[in-house]
Write a protein that binds this ligand. Structure first.
Ligand SMILES: *Cc1c(COP(=O)(O)O)cnc(C)c1O
Length: 455
């Protein structure tokens, strides 16, 4: 890096791409609490997950190996878009007139336009190897459904997707993209499942939620051994697959001789955040750097900052194993904010545990402030961010302005986990001045809390 003109792009060649995922669990000062069987409340074993997931992924879920080799078939697909670029946000820095140096790792270059294919490709591969014919799943904004449909197309699997109703209506182009990749898509709640019919009976106009859509996809997969279910976030193996982001980012920052002072990411279920942060946390635990790690969640769905840390179900119908996590209650239906991918009642158990260990911080930000930052970012960096990472950008802008106030050269790294090309209706709403900052409905959550299972 020349002192007077820093590079905008920090790139890795294909041969520099990391070939292992990182599992943070064995490095943590305390082990995360295990999942529980919903009936017996005993620790859930591999057999409890077998109706839903292939054995290779179940073993990854409970693995104590620090590194897991990425299969050649998966690396081969990753090379379609990986290593992903890192950028120095010179334009944004200038606009903010900040002494901070801002870097962002951009995952929008993937075929789905987000980080989700990093795990979708791995999950499709392991299912294919074990003879599975079809994967079912839920999707919010449609990013995960798109990623899984893409991955299933490559490994010749069928793909059936339940999309949260409010997003299904707001984002018709994601639906078309899922169909382009060969997926079949239904709005959720649907009348195809018992779980969906129960919700519709109680509330015919239900906007849906990720929890409801998960119940539907799980219900369709569980009874049939040739059909498995794929989850796009939350679980340990998903977060582990996403560590390719952080491993690449470490190499990229090293290329320009930087170590981060703060990492900022958005959290829905926690996968892009964990994927970026875990390799840096490893370096921090080893004493090689000391970044602050900061999660940003929507004020309308603040599981880390306002939820309780408790055993709860992953889905609305209460059929999944119980996981100890920060939760707003499995029956909480968040307001229909535009960041559909962040509307989940719980947080990844691994992120929740790490938060409880005091290894990271979290804040919640309203969507208008997020879009303020997203638009400023688009006008200075040339990329229109998805609504979800506008939360990370709002956190980044706050950090950069704080650094300016303090006259401090802060190095900020954030994950720009997806582009917003199929989310322009959200921008329309923002420019029309019609974007609502939802008050967090404490009453609704208190009510939902009464139905959190007593463990
Ligand atoms: C799915 C999604 C998210 C939320 O999921 P995490 O597991 O928290 O990463 C955030 N951003 C984008 C672009 C997504 O597609």
């Amino acid at each position: 890096m020349s002192a007077d003109r820093p590079d905008r792009k920090i790139l890795l060649s294909e041969s520099e791409m990391p070939t292992q995922w990182y599992n943070i669990v064995p490095d943590l000062p305390a082990p995360p609490p295990s999942a529980l069987h919903p009936g017996t409340l005993e620790p859930a074993g591999p057999a409890d997950f077998e109706p839903l997931f292939p054995m290779a992924l179940i073993m990854q879920e409970v693995s104590m190996d620090r590194y897991i080799d990425i299969p050649d078939e998966v690396l081969d697909v990753y090379r379609m878009w990986r290593p992903s670029p890192m950028y120095r946000a010179l334009g944004l820095e200038r606009a903010l007139d900040t002494p901070a140096r801002i870097y962002y790792k951009y995952e929008g270059v993937s075929p789905a336009g987000s980080h989700k294919p990093n795990t979708a490709v791995a999950q499709a591969y392991y299912n294919k190897v074990e003879g599975v014919k079809k994967l079912t799943t839920e999707t919010g904004a449609g990013q995960w459904g798109t990623a899984l449909a893409f991955a299933c197309a490559l490994f010749d699997l069928e793909c059936e997707v339940w999309q949260v109703r409010s997003s299904y209506d707001q984002k018709p182009y994601r639906r078309a993209m899922i169909e382009t990749f060969g997926g079949v898509i239904h709005p959720s709640p649907s009348d195809l499942t018992e779980a969906g019919r129960a919700v519709l009976a109680a509330n015919p106009g239900s906007p849906g939620s990720l929890g409801i859509a998960i119940s539907e996809a799980v219900e369709m997969a569980a009874p049939n051994p040739e059909v498995k279910y794929a989850l796009g976030s939350v679980l340990n193996h998903v977060l582990m697959h996403q560590t390719i982001i952080g491993e690449e980012a470490l190499l990229q920052l090293a290329k320009v001789g930087e170590t981060p002072d703060v990492l900022v990411g958005c959290t829905g279920g926690g996968s892009n955040f964990g994927g970026l942060a875990f390799p840096f946390m490893r370096e921090k635990m080893a004493g090689n750097m000391n970044p602050r790690v900061l999660a940003v969640e929507p004020a309308a769905c603040p599981s880390l900052t306002r939820g309780v840390y408790s055993y709860d179900f992953g889905d609305t119908a209460g059929t999944t194993p119980l996981m100890k996590m920060h939760t707003l209650g499995h029956q909480f239906v968040p307001d229909p904010i535009h960041a559909g991918g962040l509307r989940y009642h719980g947080m990844a158990p691994l992120i929740s545990h790490i938060y409880e260990l005091g290894m990271m911080d979290a804040i919640a930000i309203n969507q208008n402030e997020c879009f303020d930052s997203g638009v400023q970012f688009a006008r200075t960096e040339g990329i229109v961010p998805a609504p979800e990472p506008t939360h990370a950008l709002a956190g980044t802008v706050r950090q950069a302005l704080e650094a300016k106030e303090a006259g401090e050269e802060r190095v900020i790294l954030t994950a720009l986990c997806g582009h917003g090309h199929l989310d322009m209706a959200a921008y329309d709403c923002y420019f029309a001045g019609e974007m609502i900052d939802y008050e967090f409905p404490e009453e609704k959550v208190q009510d939902a809390m009464t139905r959190i299972p007593a463990v």
